[in-house]
Design a protein around this ligand. Structure first.
Ligand code: C2E
Ligand code: MG
Ligand code: MG
Length: 604
């Protein structure tokens, strides 16, 4: 006989103890029942009932389990492969006072059949052990009691370990899910409502990528400490994984306590955190939703808090949002869009549009920016603003970039066939695409002369992702002869130091700085200083969003070398660009000095 015991913990349904799912077991437990321990996890309690278990014993087991009674029983049973074995089962009910969740601790001991006490079961009544038999086995029972107490404390240790996030000591995801069920069922039984507060760090990946995982871990621990410090006594704080945290907070006072807690989270996480003498700033965004007794399932309130979090992220980060019914509609629409986007990638429904960029000095086209359009089978042509955010969140932006890029060689060939050469094309690249080794391969095998390619990189991309991979990729691209441009300059937080790191040759100033210059003197001053930064670093300046002749003149006077905007042409199909190149002979504009010259010529 092998003496060591098999141990397992099962999480039970709070209303019916006979319904349970195994969450943990030791190796011996698996050996006894003939399963791999990993296969036991997630299984129902019924895997412990073999076909040879006597009917009476089976009923006894179910009765005791249903009624949350501690009991032990000796029985014949079958392993997974059908082999018979004799086992003593010990079942101990446990409950977690913090979460209200209920567990079973099951211990199995194999034994030789001759020591078996017979068990009879009378109808639906629980089996009452025979007094004579009890006396006979009293020593055994004392031993079992002692054993059960030991198992009870062991179970507490195991339950704690399987409930706790090892890095921060907060509740882990499983503990959170169980607790949430408990809170929701309390609410349905008339208990107090509660808020789900979802916290996600902004730019956590950048800390991990640039300073290493140790710094990332320390940051997570410090955020956990902040949450512990500012939360209330009855709150549950969990780390769901990565940089996601969640708090459950009873709504005992007023919604005001929730909003001030959300404010505190934003304020406290904004304070710089010191790692090895370096000060790191990493803000957090927060989404809040209130649980409602009428919710279809407990996950709903978490999904709502997640939608609110997404809203906070897309509206500038380092802020919090309350979930609203509009967000609900939005989240349904987003899910629909996400499904359609995956299909669109498979069907390659993305095409390039081209917008001319003009040399301010000559009025000739210097390049065309490639801007993606989604040819939706029902909705027609969809601009990027309607789907790029969702695609980025899904992590498929690089796939879209790849599809667009694959169409460029043929488009360029068509344009070149006009006989009027388009000097360069500018392509927008997402962070994922820059880091993707196949991008370099795609460029090499595309047949496009690399010196004709301008890569437009968003400030946020190089600020967040200045990993070694991006550094390396950028220098490879430069060595191949490609031009690097920083897009939407002024909208992020690019420092001059950041600019120096990637050494772009072109600086594209976002249209929000160009738009007001005609009427607003301060806007002109701001634009002048942005242009000054680029000029002092020897960069070519592109002004975006030129909509009128006046705009064009002013932008040029203030120092823009290139101009882009609806005034010269909206983004257009390759056929339209082909026609325009032919019609204009590549000259899209007559610059003011040429106009003056021609007037002078007429006057003389
Ligand atoms: P962007 O790279 O800054 O592109 C310029 C955007 O400004 C384009 O919007 C263009 O249509 C718009 N625009 C140009 N001139 C004017 C003007 O005079 N007035 C106004 N109001 N708007 C003007 P679009 O095509 O909707 O693209 C939006 C953004 O989506 C782009 O901004 C770029 O960041 C991104 N994007 C577009 N195509 C791609 C792509 O293939 N891959 C990636 N990763 N991003 C792309
Ligand atoms: Mg661009
Ligand atoms: Mg731009």
């Amino acid at each position: 006989m092998r003496s060591s015991e098999g141990l397992a913990l099962a999480l039970a349904d709070e209303d019916d103890g006979a319904i349970m799912i195994f969450q943990w077991c030791n190796k011996r437990f698996g050996e006894i029942i003939g399963h791999e321990p990993a296969d036991v996890i997630g299984q129902r309690g019924t895997i412990l009932i073999g076909p040879d278990m006597e009917q009476g014993t089976h009923l006894l087991v179910i009765d005791k389990l249903m009624n949350w009674e501690r009991f032990s029983v000796k029985t014949v049973n079958n392993r997974k492969n059908g082999e018979q074995y004799w086992v003593e089962m010990n079942w101990t009910p446990l409950s977690d006072p913090n979460t209200g969740s209920r567990w079973w601790l099951c211990s199995l001991m194999e034994f030789e059949p001759q020591s078996l006490p017979t068990v009879s079961y009378d109808g639906r009544k629980a089996n009452k052990p025979d007094q004579a038999l009890l006396a006979k086995y009293s020593n055994e029972i004392v031993r079992l009691e002692k054993e059960n107490r030991r198992l009870h404390s062991l179970a507490k240790v195991v339950a704690k370990e399987s409930n706790e996030d090892p890095l921060t000591g907060l509740a882990n995801r499983r503990n959170f899910e169980v607790s949430l069920k408990g809170w929701v069922s309390g609410l349905r039984k008339g208990g107090s409502s509660f808020a789900v507060i979802y916290v996600d760090l902004d730019r956590f990946k950048a800390v991990n990528d640039t300073l290493g995982h140790d710094a990332g871990d320390k940051l997570l621990i410090s955020v956990a400490d902040i949450l512990r410090r500012i939360s209330g006594k009855g709150d549950l704080i969990a780390r769901l994984g990565g940089d996601e945290f969640v708090l459950l907070k009873p709504l005992d006072h007023s919604a005001l306590s929730i909003s001030s807690l959300a404010d505190d989270i934003i304020r406290e996480t904004r304070k710089p955190f010191t790692y090895e003498g370096k000060s790191i700033s990493c803000t957090a965004s927060v989404g809040v939703a209130i649980a409602d007794a009428k919710m279809v399932n407990p996950e709903q309130v978490v999904a709502d808090a997640d939608s609110a979090l997404y809203h906070a992220k897309t509206h500038g980060r380092a802020r919090w949002s309350f979930f609203t019914s509009e967000m609900h509609a939005e989240s349904i629409a987003t899910k629909q869009l996400a499904t359609e986007l995956l299909l669109a990638c498979d069907r390659k429904e993305f095409i390039p549009y081209f917008q001319p960029i003009i040399d301010a000095n000559t009025g000739e086209i210097s390049s065309a920016e490639v801007l993606v359009r989604w040819v939706h089978p029902e909705r027609g042509l969809i601009p990027p603003a309607e789907f790029l955010n969702v695609a980025a969140k899904m992590g498929i932006l690089h796939r879209i970039d790849e599809i667009v890029f694959s169409t460029l060689p043929i488009a360029l060939m068509r344009l070149d066939n006009t006989g009027i050469k388009l000097p360069k094309i500018a392509i927008n690249v997402s962070a994922g695409r820059l880091e993707d080794p196949s991008f370099l391969h795609d460029i090499r095998s595309s047949g496009i002369d690399p010196s004709r390619i301008v890569l437009e990189i968003l400030e946020s991309v190089y600020l967040e992702r200045m990993s070694n991979t991006v550094h390396w990729a950028l220098s490879e691209f430069r060595d191949l002869g490609m031009t690097i441009a920083v897009d939407d300059f002024g909208t992020g937080h690019a420092s001059v130091q950041g600019l120096l790191k990637i050494r772009p040759s072109i600086l594209k100033i976002d249209r929000q700085f160009l738009f007001p210059i005609v009427d607003d003197e301060d806007a002109r001053a701001l634009l002048t200083s942005l242009i000054g930064i680029g000029q002092s670093l020897g960069m070519t300046i592109v002004g975006e969003g030129i909509e009128t002749e006046e705009h064009a003149h002013l932008a040029m006077e203030l120092g823009c070398d290139r101009l882009q905007g609806f005034y010269f042409g909206r983004p257009m199909s390759v056929e339209s660009l082909q026609r325009q190149l032919l019609a204009t002979k590549a000259k899209f504009w007559q610059p003011p000095h040429e106009l003056t010259m021609s007037k002078l010529a007429i006057g003389s």
